[in-house]
Design a protein around this ligand. Structure first.
Ligand SMILES: C[S@@+](CC[C@H](N)C(=O)[O-])C[C@H]1O[C@@H](n2cnc3c(N)ncnc32)[C@H](O)[C@@H]1O
Length: 185
């Protein structure tokens, strides 16, 4: 049975990341992925979670408090500034859930230039065998531009250094989301 997009994104990270490792949620939103990562790396691991919206940071904080998770730093800043917060640290995995915060301001969206800058920084911190997973929503205004920039960047990654996967359902209507995953060799 083929896994749905969000399940497959988590499955890929479950297959890669070990307890005690350090990971990144580049777009914490309502905190679902942050919570997932916090449990995945467990008490001795650590999660850095970013979002540019105050509301997203508040929602994620609430989810983490409710589930009594303490191994997370919530950072209210753009993921393009990741290098200001994470230095000399080996990252095992990262997730980006692109687009806008559900049930919120649909004009605050992830954008090509900052998404590509963040992926590029994370790849420089990623350990061998580590994985960056992006869930790409592209049905909203601005989504196609971001998808184009991201694919352009990923197409030129050296195949000797990275495996880049695309996973999605091609017979779904209305711009179905898909996954891009980058594995460092
Ligand atoms: C689709 S939502 C994320 C959903 C989230 N992963 C969850 O589990 O609920 C996308 C989020 O990206 C955030 N965002 C947009 N641009 C950003 C940026 N440059 N840096 C960090 N977060 C950003 C938005 O504020 C929004 O909360």
């Amino acid at each position: 049975m083929l896994k749905g997009i969000l399940n497959y994104a988590h499955y890929l990270l479950e297959e890669t990341v070990e307890k005690g490792e350090v990971v990144i949620d580049a777009t914490c939103g309502n905190g679902n992925d942050t919570l997932f990562l916090s449990k995945l790396v467990a008490e001795h691991g650590y999660v850095y979670a970013f979002d540019i919206q105050e509301q997203a940071i508040a929602n994620t904080k609430e989810a983490l408090t409710f589930h009594e998770r303490t191994n997370v730093s919530l950072i209210h800043d753009s993921h393009e500034n990741i290098a200001d917060y994470i230095k000399n640290t080996e990252i095992a995995g990262a997730i980006f859930n692109l687009g806008y915060l559900p049930k919120s301001d649909k004009t605050v969206i992830t954008e090509g230039a900052s998404t590509v800058a963040a992926v590029d920084t994370i790849l420089s911190l990623l350990k061998k065998g580590g994985l960056v997973v992006l869930v790409v929503y592209h049905g909203h205004e601005g989504g196609k531009d971001e998808k184009k920039s991201l694919l352009k960047y990923l197409f030129q990654l050296d195949q000797k250094k990275y495996n880049v996967l695309r996973y999605g359902f091609i017979n779904q209507k209305n711009d179905p989301p898909f996954i891009l995953a980058i594995e460092k060799k």
